[in-house]
Design a binder for this molecule. Sequence first.
Ligand code: GCB
Length: 579
Amino acid sequence: MLYPQRTHTRELFELNGIWDFAREKEAIAYSKGFTPEKQVAVPSSYNDLFTEEEFRSWEGGTWYARKFTLPRMLASERIVLRFGSVSYRAEVYLNGQHLGGHETGYTPFEFDVTDIVSFESENLLCVRGENILSNETVPMGNLQNSPEPGQFAGQYPDTPFDFFPYAGIQRPVAIYTTCKTAWLDTVVVKTGYKGSTGHVQLDGRISGHAAKVSISIAESESETTVDIAEGAFAAEIEIANVKLWDVYQPNLYQARIRLLDTDDNVIDEYTQQFGVRTVRVEGNRILLNEKPVYFQGFGRHEDFHIIGKGLNHSVNIRDHELLKWINANSYRTTHYPYSEELIQLADQQGILLISEAPAVSINFDYVNEQTLKAHLKVLGELIERDRNNPSVIMWSVANEATTDRPEAIPYFKELSELVRSIDNTRPVTMVTCKAENDLVMDFFDVVGVNLYPGWYSLPGQVSEAKDDLRHTLEKMYAKFEKPILITEFGADTIAGLHSLPAEQWSEEYQTELVMGLIEVMRELDYVVGEHLWNFADFRTAQNFARVGGNKKGIFTRERQPKMVAHFLKKLWSQPRYEI
Ligand code: GCB
C-alpha cells in the first residue's frame, strides 16, 4: 500500500483533529452516530487523555466519529479513506455503511469510498476500535499466565509484555484521491551498484487502464518509459555517479512515476523516494554498502506523556536529535512497526532501523493456528509497507518468544520463509531471551539476544555480570556460529538517584553496568552491535517491579539525559571498526 501524497493528479487531506468518542457500553447502533462521552484527539492513544481510570484501562469497544465535507470539484475522482493504524482492531463505517475492518494494530489500511461519499451533504465517519488481546492476537494478551523469563505476567492490564497497551486511532486518518481511469497500486524498488553506477529495479502494479509508465529520476536526469502488461510493469534504471545512502549520509532519490494513456496524457503521478544501498551478512559482519557496520543504539518505544503511542512529529524530531547527539547510528522498532512518518524521518536522516513485527512475548503454551495466521499477516503487511525505505536494513520477526520449545521450530520456519519470499534484499533476525537454549536461530541471519546480567540476575554485581555475559555469548556463538547483536541490556535507573558505591536504581549503577558490559561485548569479535534498553523511560502496565513505568531509559521520558548518556556519547564518537 502506497503512502498517501498530493501530486499533480492526487489530492490529499487529513481528517486529524478533534473527534467524538464513546465507549461501547450498550447494544445500540453506534455506527449511525452516537452521543459522545468525551472529545478525543486524533492521532493519539486515548488512554492518558482523560482523568478516569475506567477510560485509561478500557480495552473494549471504543467509538470515534467525525463529520467531513468534500468539495464538489473532487466528484469525478476516485476517493480513498486511509488509516495509518488503529489498535488493535477496527471496523469502519461511512454514512452508516460498513466499509470493512482491519486486525493487528500498527499497520495501515484503506477503503475505496468513491461510491459511498456524498458531495451534496456532510459525511459521517464512525470507527469502532477494540483492544482486547488474546492468545490469537499478535501481540498476545489476557493470558492470565504465570511468569517465566521474557513474560511479564500478573500485571494490570494483563499483558505478557512490558509496555502499556495503548490504543485508539494512533496515526493519521486521510482522504486521498486518484483519477478513476487508472492508478498506481504498489511499487517495489530494489537497488544495487557496481563501481559508480547505481542499479535500480522498479516493479509496480496498477489498477484500471493505462498504456505505459514513464519513470524519471530528477537527481540523475534519467527518464525511462515501459509498457504495462496485465496490470504490471518493470523497469531497470541506471544512475551514473550514484550517491549511496549511508549512515548520516542519507542520499535519497525521487522516482516520479507517471501512468500514461496512448496519447501520453498523464493519468496518475506518484513520487517514490528511495536510496541506493546494499546490506548483507558475510561471516561475522553485517555489511552496509560492503563495509562492516557496528550497531550502536537502542531499543525504543513510541511512547510519550499524554499522547501515549500517538504520532507526534515534535517528539520524533527530538528523539532523532538525541540519537545524533549521542552518536548512535541505529535502533530497533521495538516491539511493533513504528509510524510511516518516523521511518521516513530515519530515511531522511540516515538512521539504521531494524523493523520489528508486533510479536512480543509469544508464548507457546497458548499459540494456535490463529496466532500464526495473525503473525504472518502482520509481518507481511510490515514488509509490504517498509520495503522501499532505505533506513530499514533488517527485519525482526519477533521479540522474546518461548523459543526453547520444540513447537517454536515449525512456527518460526514459516515466518522466516514468508519474509524471504517477499524480500530477499535484507537480513532477517529474531530476538531471543533463551540464549543458547533457543531452538530456532537456524532460520535467521543474525542472532538478536536480550541479556540482563546485573539486573534480573546478579543484582548489584557488575564484575560477576560481566563474566556471566562473556560466558553466555561464548556458548551462543559456539552453538549458532552467526554474528550476534545484543538487542537489549541495561538497568532501571531513577534520574537523580545517586549512590557510591554504585547500587541498583542509581545513575552510577546504570553507568558502571552498561559501560562494563559493553567492554565485554567489544572483546568478542562476533558481536556486531550494542543496543541498549531503552532509549527513554516509558509507560508500562502496573506491577510491583515498575515504579511509574520502565526506567531503563538512557534518557528520561521527558527526553533529558541520565549520567550514562554522556559516557555513551564519548564512546560512540569513535567508530568501532576502522573505516
Ligand atoms: C525485555 C523485553 C522488553 C522489556 C525489558 C525489561 O527483555 O524485551 O520489552 O521492557 O526486557 O526492561 O525488562
